[in-house]
Design a protein around this ligand. Structure first.
Ligand code: ADP
Length: 425
């Protein structure tokens, strides 16, 4: 039996559901193409927004070079192909459209959801992209010079190729727009905030939102009644305090450099170090920028690698600097978690996510061991079990709960894009 449903949008979109054929779901015109553009890469997933199934995935790398290539994955089918000139985002999208068409998936797309890193104070919600929104994203590039221009390139390329489909922007900063002034203001002259927007914005918002929503499901409570501290630990790292389902503080700031020690980023340092580097050691501002963003963090301290897995191995093999880098990393995570105590009268639990949070038993164990005052106690066997996409509670029965929850930012982008177009809350 076939049912026909009309989805609300300027251009009516038809969705066909065959209740007898589960497999037909991939041909329904209600999948979202999620695009995440970096300056030299483009990640793209075709997602069923209702259940998060990834129908197709593509990764284009080394854009703007003659080595540019794109890899596709759909079920068991895997394919890698070089990109054609001009080796840009549009060439990547054109190539993936050819693949989607070949697999008869092209017509299943009802909208494009774009990850946009910086939405400033203007965008706290999923937003239908218009010329005006694009102008704003461009203006906000002064706060995210590495990310917003690349996101915009992806939007322009997708608009050219999917000219009849709605494009939605999901901002990485949006979830943190609920932070109160006392959390987002720096102790700088107030005029710098009012006139130049210098304040904490926070990032990884879609990830913090996703894992908190899932932790609320585990507790069987509405998210609005839950209080969590959520630690997203990957190459970039951030921790958020989520009170009554809303972000009330977070560790990343005006830029993604503040807060925790990261793969190659220093995290928070005494700002006086910058003057010292420039005035006493002859660094240029450009060199300081590279030092703090690309040469510090786990890589800088270990002098070895930014990769946590490799550091754990080196540490186990007796490398002193690898051990030290991991010690600093874990201590700072524990300290940041403890720093959010003033945000709560009650705390439902702690969540680990991101490549390190989801996989590193070692890091989680070290962090929990330093938080016994907050009544966190590791269940060693449960902690060992949670890796490679396995979620679970890694704390003992008497401990405050601590969960490992794999993040899925793409699903949030697909779901929120779909909900926006369907007028759902
Ligand atoms: P990004 O911020 O680039 O998305 P990811 O979330 O993929 O990064 O996280 C990458 C980090 O996760 C790397 O430091 C990597 O070593 C670490 N990681 C992945 N698997 C493991 C593992 N099994 N044990 C420890 N660390 C891991």
């Amino acid at each position: 039996m076939k049912t026909l449903k009309q989805i609300k949008y300027q251009t009516p979109i038809l969705a066909y559901t065959d209740v007898n054929l589960n497999t037909q779901i991939i041909y329904m015109k209600n999948n979202i193409l999620v695009i995440n553009c970096g300056s030299s890469s483009l990640k793209c997933s075709l997602i069923n927004p209702v259940n998060g199934d990834i129908i197709f995935f593509a990764l284009a790398e080394k854009l703007f070079t003659q080595d540019a290539l794109i890899s596709f994955k759909q079920g068991e089918i895997k394919q890698t192909t070089p990109l054609i000139s001009p080796y840009d985002h549009q060439a990547a999208i054109q190539s993936l459209v050819a693949f989607l068409t070949q697999q008869s998936l092209h017509s299943s797309i009802c909208a494009i959801g774009h990850r946009v890193v910086h939405g400033g104070e203007k965008y706290s919600q999923p937003t239908l992209i218009s010329e005006q929104v694009k102008t704003s994203i461009n203006e906000l590039a002064k706060l995210a010079p590495l990310h917003n221009p690349a996101n915009l390139q992806g939007i322009n390329a997708a608009e050219t190729i999917f000219s009849n489909l709605p494009q939605v922007a999901i901002f990485d900063t949006a979830f943190h727009q609920s932070m109160p002034e006392k959390a987002f203001l720096y102790a700088l002259p107030y005029s710098l905030y009012k006139e130049h927007g210098i304040r904490k914005y926070g990032f990884h918002g879609t990830s913090h939102y996703f894992v908190c929503k899932n932790a609320a499901k585990i507790l069987d409570k509405p998210l609005e009644q839950c209080n969590f501290i959520s630690a997203h630990l990957g190459n970039g790292c951030s921790i958020s305090a989520v009170k009554n389902g809303k972000s009330v503080d977070t560790s990343l700031g005006l830029t993604p450099l503040e807060g925790l020690m990261m793969g190659t980023r220093s995290g928070s340092i005494d700002p006086g170090i910058i003057f010292h580097l420039v005035e006493q050691l002859g660094y240029s501002l450009e060199q300081v920028n590279i030092l703090l963003n690309k040469e510090s963090g786990l890589l800088g301290v270990s002098q070895l690698t930014n990769d946590c897995r490799e550091l754990e191995q080196a540490s186990a093999d007796g490398n002193d600097l690898a051990q030290l880098a991991l010690q600093i990393f874990c201590y700072r995570i524990a300290k940041m978690i403890a720093s959010f105590v003033p945000c709560f009268m009650q705390l439902d639990g702690l969540i680990f996510t991101g490549g390190i949070g989801e996989n590193s038993q070692f890091v989680r164990s070290q962090v929990l061991a330093q938080l016994s005052l907050l009544n966190f106690t590791e269940d060693q066997s449960a902690n060992q079990h949670c890796r490679f996409g396995q979620s679970g509670n890694i704390s003992t029965e008497n401990s405050r709960p601590c969960w490992v929850i794999p993040t899925n930012e793409e699903w949030v982008i697909a779901e929120q894009s779909y909900q926006l177009l369907n007028g759902a809350k």
